[in-house]
Design a protein around this ligand. Structure first.
Ligand SMILES: Cc1cc2nc3c(=O)[nH]c(=O)nc-3n(C[C@H](O)[C@H](O)[C@H](O)COP(=O)(O)OP(=O)(O)OC[C@H]3O[C@@H](n4cnc5c(N)ncnc54)[C@H](O)[C@@H]3O)c2cc1C
Length: 261
């Protein structure tokens, strides 16, 4: 069995800053990391490999050449194969074009039975890419997966809900988007880091994955970003004190003052 994990290199911050003039992300001085949910997805695949040595784990990303560092990290964690989809033609992709390219790449990787992705990336935050890739490949998708049990030609998963979980059985091939509650990702060992640099990373451009430049990157991105901005910080809140009825009275007084009631 081969599990392919979609991994994305993201800026190491929860507070994405926007250039107020250009409207683009400020990446200067922000180190890049493996997207946290993708680390959980990879760990889930590696745990299945630990239990069954016939399981092969591949990682795939679409990104600039610097993404090879993240792929080496994935190899050092224990992945067997790494694929980088990198081409000027892929630049400026919205989620639609991103998923077209990733799906085209996955089609070129031989023998993939199950695809794992993170629930969402901490920079783009849309959680669209996983389901869109599944749609392009014509395979079923289960999102918010917090437990995975592999069977013969099927996978049984727990799908996280706000107040519990659903148990879903899905036929392979399929795509699962993974949440952090799945596991704690492992650390790389020094020996594994050294070995990771001996492994090959396959780099593909648009020709390799049989995509016309008109069908990828900015050319195939219907999303038009009108304006990007960092919302202004809210003012400090005011704490009321006193008995419950005094606080309720004060609150009503403030709402009346602002003509809200
Ligand atoms: C008009 C427009 C132009 C853009 N131009 C650029 C640009 O020039 N450069 C740029 O960096 N971003 C650009 N973006 C942002 C880019 O579209 C998103 O970062 C990208 O599509 C992934 O979406 P997301 O971050 O919301 O991922 P999510 O949908 O939140 O990610 C979910 C999961 O999908 C998988 N995944 C997501 N992206 C990748 C990837 N690249 N490789 C492998 N797996 C992945 C991961 O498993 C991830 O956990 C642009 C967006 C728009 C709308």
């Amino acid at each position: 069995m081969k599990i392919l994990v979609c991994v994305k290199q993201v800026p190491d911050t929860n507070e994405v800053k926007i250039d107020p003039v250009k409207g683009t992300l400020i990446r200067d001085g922000v180190p890049s990391i493996l997207n946290p949910d993708d680390a959980n997805a990879l760990e889930a695949a590696l745990q299945l490999k630990d239990k069954d040595e016939t399981v092969q784990v591949a990682v795939l990303t679409m990104g600039p050449p610097q993404a090879t560092y993240m792929l080496r990290e994935c190899l050092a964690m224990g992945a067997d194969e790494a694929y980088l989809l990198s081409d000027r033609a892929f630049g400026g992709a919205d989620t639609c074009a991103t998923s077209t390219t990733i799906a085209a790449g996955i089609k070129k990787v031989t023998g993939v039975d199950v695809i794992f992705a993170g629930r969402q990336a901490i920079d783009g935050d849309t959680a669209q890419v996983g389901p869109q890739v599944a749609q392009r490949l014509g395979v079923p998708v289960v999102t918010y997966v917090q437990d995975i049990q592999m069977g013969d030609g099927k996978v049984t998963v727990q799908r996280q809900m706000e107040d519990g979980y659903e148990v879903i059985e899905v036929k392979t091939p399929c795509l699962l988007t993974c949440v952090k509650e799945l596991n704690d990702p492992r650390y790389m060992s020094v020996g594994a880091i050294v070995d990771a640099y001996k492994k090959e990373i396959t780099v593909w451009n648009h020709t390799d994955v049989e995509l016309d430049p008109a069908d990828c990157g900015l050319n195939a991105s219907p999303t038009q970003v009108f304006r990007s901005f960092t919302p202004p910080q809210k003012g400090k809140g005011e704490m009321l004190s006193g008995t419950v009825s005094e606080m309720a009275g004060a609150l009503v007084g403030k709402l009346v003052e602002k003509h809200l009631v």
